[in-house]
Write a new protein. Structure first.
Length: 107
């Protein structure tokens, strides 16, 4: 994406509102952890996510619902289980940027 494309996203009100909603969707620590975990580990069942992230089932389900509502994760049902994965591969670039910025800001 070049500078003109970036400028267009942040100038047009409808597009900047969508960008703000995306950041808001990732603005909760549990949701950010879920998205990062799915990026690093790939598709996971709800049970596996809960164990690996040490999140209670109810909290995990609530956060996954918000991520689904914003189109960040997809769900696949198989053999009575729900499996979640990232819906937008470009999310990896955003995670990289967030991780890099948080390291710089923490210095």
């Amino acid at each position: 994406m070049d500078v003109a494309q970036i400028r267009d996203v942040f100038v047009e009100e409808r597009k900047v509102e969508r960008a703000a909603l995306l950041l808001k969707a990732l603005g909760h620590p549990a949701r950010l952890r879920i998205v990062a975990h799915l990026h690093c580990q790939g598709e996971k069942s709800v049970g596996d996510l809960g164990r690996e992230l040490d999140l209670p089932q109810a909290a995990l389900s609530q956060q996954l619902g918000i991520l689904r509502m914003h189109g960040l994760v997809t769900v696949r049902r198989a053999q009575g289980f729900r499996f979640y994965s990232l819906a937008v591969p470009q999310t990896a670039q955003l995670l990289h940027c967030i991780a890099t910025c948080s390291l710089v800001m923490g210095s």
